[in-house]
Design a protein around this ligand. Structure first.
Ligand code: HEC
Length: 109
């Protein structure tokens, strides 16, 4: 029985685990790299080190403002800028932007 378990059930389990991890979106950023970029870039002069906004009108990342938006939408805002946020296109790459978004999502308390 023990042999059967290892020979039959374990490979099935591994196959399921591998296919589940493969369904994770491959474009998602890395929050650890995002933190390093956050420390280098001026984001925190408006958004605050921990996501507590410095100025009125800046979304509060600690409260999770804007975090209902998809990564792609947030990336466009960061790269092209908004009425009040400068564009970061040419300063950071799209991949840096996605890493930043992954990090910003971890600020929510
Ligand atoms: C000069 C101040 C300022 C700087 C610097 C700044 N932001 Fe912003 N950011 C804002 C403001 C203000 C908004 C809200 C804009 C709006 O609602 O139009 C915003 C919005 C955002 C949003 C939400 C966008 C959306 O679609 O709702 C994200 C994500 C974001 N900033 C990330 C960043 C990151 C990452 C950096 C650094 C690379 C950065 N910001 C630098 C002021 C700033």
């Amino acid at each position: 029985m023990k042999f059967l378990l290892l020979k039959t059930i374990l490979p099935v389990f591994i196959t399921i685990a591998v296919s589940l991890s493969a369904t994770k979106p491959t474009f998602a950023g890395d929050p650890a790299i995002g933190k390093m970029i956050w420390d280098e870039q001026p984001c925190k002069t408006c958004h605050g080190v921990e996501g507590i906004p410095i100025f009125p009108g800046v979304p509060s990342f600690i409260r999770g403002d804007r975090m209902d938006k998809a990564d792609g939408i947030l990336l466009v805002s960061i790269m092209n800028g908004t009425a009040f946020m400068p564009p970061f296109k040419g300063i950071i790459s799209n991949s840096d932007g996605l890493d930043l978004i992954a990090f910003v999502r971890t600020l929510q308390k």
